[in-house]
Design a protein around this ligand. Structure first.
Ligand code: NAD
Ligand code: TYD
Length: 339
C-alpha cells in the first residue's frame, strides 16, 4: 500500500506518519508538505532514514506539482492533513485559509479523479458544526448536526468537506471524512492552547486565557486520532463521515490549571486577556457511529494524556525552543501585546 500523507510535517500529520510506519512497516508513506511556519522537518527526523518514507516539499494548491507527484507515485490512498489550522490566524489573515484549505483540497480531489485512487480521506474538524451552549451538557455533535461555522478557519474546512462530498456524489470518488475534536500530544505547535501554556509556564511567562476561560473543548490524545484514521481508511464505508472524540471535556481554565499543576508552577501566572472574536463556546463529539461501526474508542484519557504530553515537552525542549526563538516572537507580539 502506498499512501500520500499531506501536511505530514505538522502536528497531527507528523504523528500519523510515525504511527503508520510503526503499525504498517511494509507500507510506503510519501509526505507532501509545503513547510509553512507550522511544518517542521525536525518532527520527521526520526523517520527520514526509513526506506519506506519519502518527503516531497510542495503546495497542495500547486496543480502541476501535485499532478506530477501522482503521475510518478500512483498512490493507493491520500490522507489530507495539509491545512492552515489556527483559528486566531484565520481571523487576522483569512485569505491563505481559503487558498490552502479549499483550493488545495480541490486540486487533490482532481488529482485523485484523474489518476485514480482507492481512497481519499479528508481530515476535518468538529469546528464545522459551530458550537454548543454551555448550559446544555446533554447536547453533542453527531454526523447529522448541520454545518454552522463561526470562524474563517471552520468555514474553509466546511467548504472543503462539501467539495469532498460533491466529488463522491458526482464522480463516484471513494472518499471518507473524519471530524475530530481538539487534539493534544507531542509535536504540537506552541501557538495552540496546551503547548503554548506549557512553554510559557516553563519560562515563567504569563498564561493568556481568553475571556473567562470557561469555553469547553473535547480533548483527544493525538495517537487516538491517528488510530481512528487508520481504521477508517481500512474499514470505513466509502462516502461516509465519522466523528472522532472521546468525552474528555474540560474548560480552558481546567486545562491551564492542570498544566500548571503538572509542572509545579503557580496559578498566579494565569492572566485573563481579551476574548477571541466569535469564540466558540463548547465543542463535544458523540462518537457512537465510529464506535459501533469500527470498534474505535479512545485509549488515552485526559489525565494520563496530559501527563505524557507535559513529559514530552520537558524531554524535547530543543524541538519547541527552536520554534519559539524564530518568527514566533513576532507572532506572539502581534497576537498578545496590548490584548
Ligand atoms: P498544523 O498546522 O500543525 O500542520 C499543518 C501542516 O500542513 C504543516 O506541516 C504545514 O506545513 C502543512 N501545510 C500548510 N499549508 C500547506 C499547503 N498549501 N500545501 C502543503 N502543505 C501545507 O495542523 P494540525 O493541527 O496538525 O492539523 C492537521 C489537520 O487536522 C488539519 O486539516 C486540521 O484542520 C485538522 N484538525 C486539527 C485538529 C487539532 O486539534 N489540531 C483537530 C481536528 C482536525
Ligand atoms: P486552540 O488551541 O487555538 O484551539 P481551537 O480554537 O481550535 O479550539 O484554543 C483552544 C481553546 O483555548 C480556545 O477556546 C481558545 C483558548 N485559548 C486561550 O484561552 N488562550 C490562548 O492563548 C490560546 C492559543 C487559546
Amino acid at each position: 500500500m502506498k499512501i500520500i500523507v499531506t501536511g505530514g510535517a505538522g502536528f497531527i500529520g507528523g504523528n500519523f506518519v510515525h504511527y503508520m510506519l510503526k503499525e504498517h512497516p511494509e507500507y510506503q508513506i510519501i509526505c507532501l508538505d509545503k513547510l509553512t511556519y507550522a511544518g517542521n522537518m525536525e518532527t520527521l527526523e526520526p523517520v527520514m532514514d526509513n526506506p519506506n518514507f519519502t518527503f516531497v516539499k510542495a503546495d497542495i494548491a500547486d496543480r502541476d506539482a501535485v499532478y506530477a507527484l501522482f503521475e510518478k507515485e500512483k498512490p493507493d490512498v491520500v490522507v489530507n492533513f495539509a491545512a492552515e489550522s489556527h483559528v486566531d490566524r484565520s481571523i487576522t489573515d483569512p485569505g491563505i485559509f481559503l487558498q490552502t484549505n479549499i483550493i488545495g483540497t480541490g486540486v487533490l480531489l482532481d488529482a485523485c479523479r484523474i489518476y485514480g485512487i482507492k481512497r481519499y480521506h479528508q481530515v476535518s474538524t468538529d469546528e464545522v458544526y459551530g458550537d454548543l451552549p454551555l448550559d446544555r451538557p446533554d447536547l453533542f455533535f453527531t454526523e447529522e448536526t448541520p454545518l454552522h461555522t463561526s470562524s474563517p478557519y471552520s468555514a474553509s474546512k466546511a467548504s472543503a468537506d462539501l467539495l469532498v462530498m460533491a466529488y463522491h456524489r458526482t464522480y463516484g470518488l471513494p472518499t471518507t471524512i473524519s471530524r475530530c475534536s481538539n487534539n493534544y500530544g507531542p509535536y504540537h505547535f506552541p501557538e495552540k492552547l496546551i503547548p503554548l501554556m506549557i512553554a510559557n509556564a516553563l519560562k515563567d511567562k504569563p498564561l493568556p486565557v481568553y475571556g473567562k476561560g470557561e469555553n469547553v473543548r473535547d480533548w483527544l490524545y493525538v495517537e487516538d486520532h491517528c488510530r481512528a484514521i487508520d481504521m477508517i481508511i481500512h474499514k470505513g464505508r466509502v462516502g461516509e463521515i465519522y466523528n472522532i472524540g472521546g468525552h474528555n471535556e474540560r474548560t480552558n481554565l481546567q486545562v491551564v490549571k492542570t498544566v500548571l499543576k503538572e509542572l509545579g508552577k503557580s496559578e498566579d501566572l494565569i492572566t485573563y486577556v481579551t476574548d477571541r472574536p466569535g469564540h466558540d463556546r463548547r465543542y463535544a463529539i458523540d462518537p457512537a457511529k465510529i464506535h459501533a461501526e469500527l470498534g474505535w474508542e479512545p485509549l488515552t484519557l485526559f489525565d494520563e494524556g496530559i501527563k505524557k504530553t507535559v513529559k514530552w515537552y520537558l524531554e524535547n525542549r530543543e524541538w519547541w525552543e527552536h520554534i519559539i526563538s524564530g518568527d514566533y516572537q513576532q507572532y506572539y507580539e502581534k497576537m498578545y501585546k496590548n490584548r
